[in-house]
Design a binder for this molecule. Structure first.
Ligand code: ATP
Ligand code: HCS
Length: 789
């Protein structure tokens, strides 16, 4: 980063004279390293890759006549030595073509402008090896002293917040109600579903608890509607059986991912019927429901109206050929099923016909001005993600239309109106009411959360496709019901996580699914870490096996794990397991200030639910820590004279305290690893609640004399072959699983025609062959085992 700044200043701004100052600190560091190493090259007696890379990077600046190396004699000698290498000389010719620094101009113009201005122009800039061009905080004398003062205060006796159920809003507390979108109960959740809703909400809830807020985190399965009816048909089970089966599947996957709900419920309950019908009658009473006759698709073969997910066809907006009857997966637009081009019944693939039926509509246009008033307040005072604001804005801009809230189905909350008694509520009218009914199943005092907007702050977590239902349709239901409901204050929507190069899809079986993650043998904390590292914040992102291995090996193993393990091992090996006496020098105080600054950035970002960005600051801290250990070399100093041993002690003590801080910051992301670190360090429980208070303070939590526990490595390397094997094993299996386990069995259970079953069996065999080929297995002739002669 310092070099990029120097180049920018010299090449684009023509301020060559500022370059020495910008590069001073990294060049000091390099000079000292060369001096200490007393070797001709960076890593030893022979020129290495490190020499070539660093020399090549520095060459344009250092070889420019306007720049003088001043006191940096070791750098100068080294630089000239590498420059004498023949291939380096020819590379210089080829790249700079005799134009010197100006040859870099077009390259520099293509580089993004630095975004973070922590390190102001003309100030010395430390080199931060983080991936981005992010700058380290430049530390003043006052900041160093303030950091040392704060550190010396140590832990306060902050009491652990109680988490006694039922959790209810409390006077004088920040009462935070967190929901994550209720996943449909029609299949096993994939990694996209997990990061999009439950995992993000979990991280924020855990963080809120550490901040001492009074948090309630509720979620549950969304069980009504065509998704369930379809699945029941496919599996030859009743909708209730499907709900019971997949509710258990979801619960067990979330518990493996350590999603710490206060309550995980479901929507098929009496409370749901009671509350949904109550809201319905209130809307009816206040005149926000209108009747209309609508044209609907009906499959004469199946003898049913084809609502929502029972029908597929070409999207009238973007021509995506597999759009559903309620929403297009590609453009995200909501669709009226009769508008689909070439519609097909999803069950029998016949073309449906159009029939009319009488329905009830939520009168959104009548609620529009109330909605806009509320939206203006909520979006300006709360933390709505940019996509949430944009999607909502585009809905309002296009003008609201009445929305049908009833369906001709069986599996749903019954519409209580006598003229519509054959119908049920549309799942998107019903599902968000699930948040209320699930809370009601948790505590009879649920209204203290849900009818208490002055005392409660509501955060809704979801992915982008769910936004309009949470920002427009559901708020309109609640506003129209006029019962002082708590409306969303912070709508947090992710973009999509893609699988390698394609979209995750439950119904299409693409991607890695929750149950597979468990079978990989990779710990759930590592899955959490990687998903949060690539959380689609601001733009779509992608899960990639190779990238997961790389992040595990570089960030977790080499950076974070390495630092924490080394810090603990030094205490164990050199100080008999007791934290040594620390006498802080300027360099240590500077580190305390830098770490404190990273901690404050983390808190500011987490407060704004920038979960992915905040994680980078944890990794920055361990990078600073590694550098600090590397420069100070306590393993050497411990063998020196008294003053050196004291120095080794200070460095070890500071490092192990940073490790303790890291365990606290990591808790929302990797709860198990966080606990293991604190167990290894035998850290006092109060450290968890002290350091994240206010704007964040890095205090000494393991003081001299503190005895730590047994230290052991935290992470394991993921080998390339292992990842390749996992990719093959899990990459495309879901299609086969669904096919194998469900379809053929269901057809047999339904006593389908022989040739229909035979067709499915042959598809299944084909898939098995493809899978075997993908796994590199030899193809055996089909076994005749068990066949009757
Ligand atoms: N790729 C994704 N990345 C992030 N969140 C997602 C992704 N796909 C779905 N979600 C979110 O997960 C939740 C469940 O979505 P849903 O059940 O529609 O999953 P799906 O894979 O799109 O299913 P299907 O393919 O059957 O439509 C919703 O909150 C949705 O916004
Ligand atoms: N079941 C919906 C969310 C309802 S809040 C979905 O999974 O998209």
């Amino acid at each position: 980063p310092a070099l990029l700044r120097a180049l920018r200043t010299a090449v684009l701004q023509g301020k060559g004279s500022d370059v020495s100052q910008i590069l001073q600190s990294p060049l000091n560091f390099l000079d000292q390293s060369l001096l200490k190493g007393s070797k001709p090259y960076l890593t030893g007696e022979a020129v290495s890759m490190a020499d070539i890379v660093l020399w090549g990077a520095l060459h344009p600046i250092l070889s420019d006549s306007s720049f003088t190396l001043g006191e940096h004699n070791s750098v100068k000698t080294w630089f000239d030595r590498v420059a004498a290498v023949h291939s380096c000389q020819s590379a210089v010719q080829k790249v700079l073509q005799g134009k010197g620094l100006q040859a870099m101009k077009s390259y520099m113009q293509r580089q993004p402008a630095p975004q973070n201005s922590q390190c102001r122009d003309a100030q010395p800039c430390n080199n931060n090896p983080a991936e981005s061009e992010e700058r380290q905080h430049f530390v003043s004398e006052e900041e160093c002293e303030a950091a040392a003062l704060a550190w010396n205060k140590g832990l306060s006796s902050c009491p652990a917040p109680d988490r006694q159920h039922p959790i209810l809003p409390q006077e004088g507390k920040r009462n935070v109600l967190v929901t994550s979108a209720l996943p449909y109960v029609n299949n096993v959740p994939h990694l996209g579903n997990i990061i999009g809703c439950v995992l993000s909400a979990d991280v924020f809830s855990r963080y809120g608890r550490l901040r001492g807020w009074n948090m309630l985190f509720v979620c549950g399965t969304d069980e009504y509607g065509t998704a369930t009816e379809n699945k029941a048909r496919e599996e030859g089970l009743t909708p209730q059986q499907i709900c019971d089966k997949y509710h258990a599947v979801h619960s067990s996957i979330y518990s493996w991912f350590q999603i710490d709900f206060d309550f995980f419920g479901r929507t098929t309950t009496e409370k749901q019927t009671e509350i949904a019908q109550n809201i319905f009658w209130r809307l009816h009473k206040h005149g926000y429901l209108v009747e209309d006759t609508v044209e609907q698709l009906r499959c004469e073969n199946c003898q049913r109206f084809l609502a929502d997910r029972f029908v597929e066809g070409t999207c009238p907006h973007c021509s995506y050929p597999e759009a559903r009857g309620d929403q297009c997966d590609k453009c995200g637009r909501l669709i009226n099923a009769v508008e689909l081009r070439d519609p097909q019944c999803k069950v029998c693939r016949q073309t449906p016909v159009i029939r009319s039926s009488k329905h009830l509509f939520l009168d959104l246009p009548k609620l529009e001005s109330q909605l806009e008033q509320w939206l203006e307040k909520s979006t300006s005072t709360g933390d709505w993600t940019t996509n949430a604001k944009q999607i909502t804005h585009s809905w309002i801009r296009d003008g609201l239309k009445p929305r049908c809230i009833t369906r001709d189905l069986h599996w749903g909350t019954p519409v209580p109106h006598p003229d519509f008694k054959e119908k049920v509520f549309y799942v998107w009218f019903d599902a968000p009411i699930g948040y209320l009914s699930i809370t009601a199943n948790y505590t009879s005092e649920w209204e203290r959360w849900w009818k208490n907007p002055l005392q409660v702050e509501l955060y809704n977590f979801m992915a982008k496709d769910n936004v309009p239902f949470h920002s427009v349709v559901f708020p309109c239901s609640l506003l129209g019901a006029q019962d002082n409901y708590t409306l969303v204050n912070h709508l947090v929507a992710t973009e999509y996580l893609n699988y390698e190069d394609t979209k995750f899809s439950k119904s299409r079986g693409t991607g890695v699914f929750g149950d597979m993650a468990k079978d990989t043998g990779i710990p759930s904390d590592v899955w959490r870490f990687y998903l949060l590292y690539v959380r689609p914040e601001g733009q779509d992102s992608a899960f990639s096996w190779a990238d997961m291995a790389m992040k595990n090996n570089s960030e977790l193993l080499n950076n974070l794990g390495n630092f924490i393990n080394r810090a603990g091992m030094f205490v164990t090996k050199f100080f008999e397991g007791c934290v040594p006496v620390m006498e802080l020098q300027r360099e240590d105080k500077e580190l305390l200030a830098v770490v404190g600054w990273e901690l404050q950035q983390y808190i500011q970002l987490m407060d704004k639910v920038k979960i992915r960005d905040a994680l980078k600051h944890i990794l920055n801290i361990s990078r600073h820590g590694n550098q600090y250990i590397q420069v100070n070399q306590p393993w050497k100093k411990i063998k020196g004279e008294e003053s050196e041993r004291l120095r080794a002690g200070t460095v070890t003590g500071v490092a192990v305290n940073i490790a303790c801080l890291l365990s606290v910051m990591l808790l929302p992301y990797m709860p198990l690893v966080s606990q293991i670190i604190r167990d290894q360090l035998n850290a006092p429980q109060s450290c968890v609640y002290t350091m994240l208070q206010g704007s964040g303070t890095f205090v000494c939590s393991l003081s001299a004399g503190h005895r730590i526990g047994t230290v052991s490595p935290l992470f394991q390397k993921l080998e390339a072959e292992q990842i390749e094997a996992l990719k093959k094993r899990f990459g495309g299996q879901q299609v086969l699983d669904v096919h194998d386990g469900d379809k053929v069995r269901a057809l047999k259970a339904q006593k389908a025609e022989k040739d229909v079953i035979a067709a499915e069996v042959s598809k299944l065999l084909e898939l098995k062959t493809q899978l075997a080929l993908a796994e590199g297995k030899n193809l055996e002739p089909t076994s005749k085992k068990g066949k009757k002669k």
